[in-house]
Design a protein around this ligand. Structure first.
Ligand SMILES: [Fe+2]
Ligand SMILES: [Fe+2]
Length: 152
């Protein structure tokens, strides 16, 4: 299995808010993959942090096309379902493994570096104003009568 710590690292998306939330989630995942025992409390804390973070991203998704938005939301739902399955395992008293935590970490890093970076970039471009184009130059090239009529 690919270990999340081996050459697979979180890149900044360019959004301060999203990157701060990613950092907090990565801290929780790092603690879980560091070899210390973890269980229901850690998984519940992760579930809460991730759900809040996905809500932050959902609010940004108005800039995406419907198809991309659905794909991103679907990925979020699948990830929450994976965490919920582990929460249920822990609630039954069954062991959750390092491999489980590692898989959560890998998904999180890959998703953040791809889908989230795309989301932030799309939002950034949507915020760029188009250049101002003045009508005056076009009017200057017209006959005086037309120009005055159009300018009035
Ligand atoms: Fe994210
Ligand atoms: Fe996301």
């Amino acid at each position: 299995m690919t270990r999340a710590h081996d050459g697979c690292s979180l890149s900044p998306t360019g959004s301060g808010v999203i990157d701060a939330e990613h950092g907090a989630i990565l801290d929780l995942l790092s603690a879980m993959t560091a070899g210390a025992p973890f269980g229901l409390a850690e998984l519940t804390a992760l579930r809460r942090e991730v759900a809040e973070h996905f809500a932050t991203e959902a609010a940004e998704m108005v800039v995406l096309t419907a198809e991309r938005r659905e794909r991103h939301e679907h990925a979020h739902r699948s990830y929450l379902a994976s965490i919920d399955a582990l929460v249920d395992t822990a609630k039954r008293g069954d062991p959750v493994t390092d491999d489980d935590a590692n898989r959560l970490m890998l998904w999180f890093i890959v998703h953040s570096n791809t889908a989230d970076t795309e989301l932030v970039e799309t939002a950034r471009r949507a915020g760029d104003e188009p250049p101002m184009i003045s009508m005056d130059e076009w009017l200057d090239s017209l006959d005086e009568t037309d120009r005055d009529a159009l300018r009035s």
